[in-house]
Design a protein around this ligand. Structure first.
Ligand SMILES: *Cc1c(COP(=O)(O)O)cnc(C)c1O
Length: 381
């Protein structure tokens, strides 16, 4: 039976506990499982590889992304690392020029040392992706909307490139969440999430996820997941499962508040530039409209005439918004990418894609929009 999103968010992967009838999936706080005789067990041997609380979460994540298999990791970066382990020295990766700082860091500072080459292109242009592919290209890694300038990649158009060129295609769907966008339906082979963000949604867990359809790919990824061991414990898996139960409600509220805040900021005299894909004049608006159900609660602004010092001063004046890394929680956050989330990207590279010293990224939470706007009003002076 194909249930709709809200039903899947609450029930997928979860049954009442067979021993007690507990309605909520128990936290199976155990590292190991009894075997009747060597190798004879109930499907669980050791919790690095499998744990029932984590399995419920993985099945739920798979259902939300319309995929067959889910894998949960101890962070988004551990999930990314698991995918990169599919590569061999000499392989090439084509990826975006505006990426989460940690993704850029693991590509250039960890995997380049193992002989893997990364090409950074403008993924808003599917032809640029096509042109960058050589016979050594094994992977296309796309983030959309991008962090922090909210550029949009056409997931289906790049899916066609990946299919034509027979290259594995991964989409980092963290910014959209599975409620707004489902890349597997548009031709991606793997969806990656930092579940730390919208999926868990309460800023109390660090977690990552991969979802895929192919049994073969699942087998390969599961091997590295278990062999390397970056898997989350049962307590965090439980919290993420609980967070997911309101994902649809939270995303509706993030999108509604995002729109109000974006519209307020668009005409603000202190705002030189605003990035939000919901605006018709955003260069990716039409594609966003086609592939996303709504435009989300992530907004970036460039402060008019502000140097680093002035940007820092304004960043410290908020009372409802909290100045912090991360995004996607129920509480509103502001972030200074140049020195915080994207500090690991060299200045000349980040400035080329618009991550300038006076850019502020806003994760619009689900507080009352009037209070958020009043806070912006008092801070942007
Ligand atoms: C946060 C983030 C990551 C990394 O995830 P962690 O859970 O922090 O390890 C990857 N991609 C994007 C787009 C992110 O925002």
């Amino acid at each position: 039976m194909a249930y709709k999103f809200a039903t899947k968010a609450i029930h997928a992967g979860q049954q009442s506990d067979p021993t007690t009838g507990a309605v909520m999936t128990p936290i199976y706080q155990t590292s190991t499982y009894q075997q009747a005789s060597p190798g004879e067990h109930k499907g669980y041997e050791y919790s690095r590889g499998t744990n029932p609380t984590r399995k419920a979460l993985e099945d739920c994540l798979a259902a939300l992304e319309n995929g067959q298999h889910g894998l949960a990791f101890s962070s988004g970066m551990a999930a990314t690392d698991c995918v990169l382990r599919l590569l061999k020295p000499g392989d090439e990766v084509v990826t975006g020029d505006d990426l989460y700082g940690g993704s850029y860091r693991i590509f250039t500072k960890v995997y380049e040392a193992y002989g893997i080459t990364f090409k950074f292109v403008n993924t808003s242009d599917a032809d640029a992706v096509r042109e960058a592919i050589t016979d050594k290209t094994k992977l296309i890694w796309v983030e959309t909307p991008t962090n922090p300038t909210l550029k949009i990649a056409d997931v289906a158009a790049i899916g066609q490139v990946a299919k034509d060129k027979k290259v594995l295609y991964v989409v980092d769907n963290t910014f959209a969440s599975p409620y707004l966008q489902n890349p597997l339906d548009l031709g991606a082979d793997i969806v990656m999430h930092s579940a730390t963000k919208y999926i868990n949604g309460h800023s109390d867990v660090v977690m990552g996820a991969l979802v895929m359809n192919s049994d073969e790919l699942y087998k390969q990824l599961f091997f590295f997941y278990n062999a390397v061991g970056g898997t989350p414990g049962p307590q965090d898996s439980f919290l993420a499962l609980r967070g997911i139960k309101t994902l649809h409600l939270r995303m509706e509220a993030h999108c509604a508040n995002g729109r109000k805040v974006a519209e307020y900021l668009r005409n603000h005299p202190k705002v030189e530039k605003i990035y939000w894909p919901g605006f018709e004049d955003h260069p990716g608006h039409d594609i966003a409209k086609k592939q996303m159900r709504d435009f989300g609660g992530m907004i970036s602004i460039v402060l008019k005439g502000a140097d680093l010092k002035e940007t820092f001063r304004i960043s410290s004046q908020f009372k409802v918004f909290t100045l912090a890394e991360s995004l996607g929680g129920v509480e509103s956050l502001i972030n200074h990418p140049a020195t915080m989330t994207h500090g690991s990207i060299p200045k000349e590279i980040r400035e080329k894609v618009g991550v300038v010293d006076n850019l502020i990224r806003i994760s619009v939470g689900i507080e009352d929009a009037d209070d958020l706007i009043a806070d912006l009003e008092q801070a942007l002076v």
